[in-house]
Design a protein around this ligand. Structure first.
Ligand code: ASP
Ligand code: MG
Length: 407
């Protein structure tokens, strides 16, 4: 008999039929003897809808009221899921984040979990009931309702799995696992049986949307076994695990494209100490989230600095940089919002030379120009033109034989 925390995302509980399908599956697993705790997201696109209505009624709603509003989505969903499970003859009880013992800090819109006092959930399990916990929410020391942020239900599930000492945390979603690349772009993309935490974190940072990065970090830190799988086909998905001895057999495990960033170039920057420091301090003060940074070799005492930022931060990044060039004597600020960051990721590259060379050759052979490069121990990323993104992903996936290897 296993104790499992199962998290269901918005699409998995989008309507009455979906909720009944989830409830039926939970009832079946329960009858087979497993103990189950559910964490549920708001139905379908409800979180987006609530955020939109808030923007319509107020210019800058306070964080406290936003959190009260947004967490209502999950609260509705847990009651409906619990009712549906009872409809299949299995006792169930819904809980808000606060009732489930999630104590957070008071950072509204993006609260951090401080403590999970899971006694009430434990008692519900012991009484033979299926607890159904509202995702992405908690309560602050001031007794205000808090929201853990977009994708926060994954974090709720992992934190609960750790607090309960669960055997695994299953993240049910609308994809059937973690793929070698986006199957909507490359039809030969394969689902992986397992992937290491380090690789999963690099994939998340490189733009892979699921599971949410924060939940993977949490699971990694606390040794929670994660299983990413489908709430539509119910087939086994992808395990996220610690690195094992055979995990370096494959050089590259995945190719990820990220279209969410834009590039800024500050040209003609005087090449003296402190100029970059001032520019990036200004950007940090304006809360611009900088990703890649490249500085050219200087010629005649001047150089260019390019960096990437999320699309949403581009206007701020440009105006901050323009103010700074006026002060530092740089000549121009250029920006490009049609770029893509394409990354290849794999623990195997740590001990194998030539991955960068192969990646650059493959892009060159396909006449795709590289604008920026950055690397970590297990990732190589190139910025290219956005229109070449799908082609780059397709040719790299093929060149590294990800359509053929099994792991
Ligand atoms: N419903 C929230 C969101 O969409 C939380 C979650 O699903 O994780 O961000
Ligand atoms: Mg969601």
């Amino acid at each position: 008999m296993a104790l499992l925390v199962q998290k269901f995302g918005g699409t998995s509980v989008a309507d009455a039929d979906r909720i009944r399908a989830v409830a039926e599956q939970v009832a079946r697993r329960r009858r087979q003897g497993d103990q189950i705790v559910l964490v549920v997201s708001a139905m379908g696109k409800e979180t987006d809808d609530l955020l939109r209505i808030a923007a319509e009624v107020a210019g800058e709603p306070s964080g406290r009221e936003m959190d009260m509003l947004v967490t209502a989505g999950e609260r509705k969903a847990v009651a409906l899921v619990a009712m549906a499970i009872e409809g299949f003859g299995v006792p169930a009880q819904s809980f808000t984040g606060s009732q489930a013992g999630f104590l957070t800090d008071g950072t509204h819109r993006n609260a951090r979990i401080l403590e999970v006092g899971a006694e009430r959930i434990r008692a519900a399990i012991d009484s033979g009931s299926v607890p159904v916990v509202a995702g992405a929410q908690g309560v602050s020391a001031e007794k205000d309702v808090t929201f853990l942020g977009r994708g926060g239900s994954d974090t709720t599930a992992v934190a609960l799995a750790e607090a309960l000492g669960a055997d695994a945390c299953e993240l049910y979603t609308d994809v059937s696992g973690v793929f070698t690349t986006d199957p909507r772009v490359v039809s030969t993309a394969r689902r992986m049986h397992s992937i290491t935490f380090d690789e999963m974190l690099e994939m998340a940072a490189a733009g892979c949307p699921k599971p949410a990065m924060r939940s993977v970090e949490f699971a990694h830190r606390h040794g929670v076994r994660l299983h990413v799988r489908s709430a539509f086909t119910w087939e086994p998905g992808t395990w996220v695990v610690e690195e094992g001895p055979d995990m370096e057999a494959a050089l590259i495990r995945s190719v990820v494209a990220d279209l969410s960033e834009a590039k800024v170039t500050v040209a003609g920057v005087p090449d003296r100490p402190g100029v970059a420091a001032q520019l990036f301090r200004d950007l940090a003060t304006a809360e611009v989230n900088v990703d890649m940074i490249v500085q050219n070799v200087s010629a005649a005492g001047v150089t260019d600095i390019s960096f990437t930022v999320p699309h949403t931060d581009l206007p701020t990044a440009v105006s901050v940089s323009e103010k700074r060039i006026a002060a530092s004597g740089a000549t121009a600020v250029l920006s490009d919002d049609s770029i893509a960051k394409v990354s290849v990721i794999g623990a195997g590259m740590k001990s194998n030379p030539g991955v960068a060379a192969t990646m650059f050759e493959v892009l060159a052979r396909n006449e795709i120009n590289i604008e920026m490069i950055s690397t970590s121990a297990i990732r190589i990323s190139c910025v290219i033109a956005e229109e070449a993104a799908d082609r780059a992903v397709t040719v790299l996936h093929e060149a590294f034989e990800l359509d053929r290897t099994t792991f």
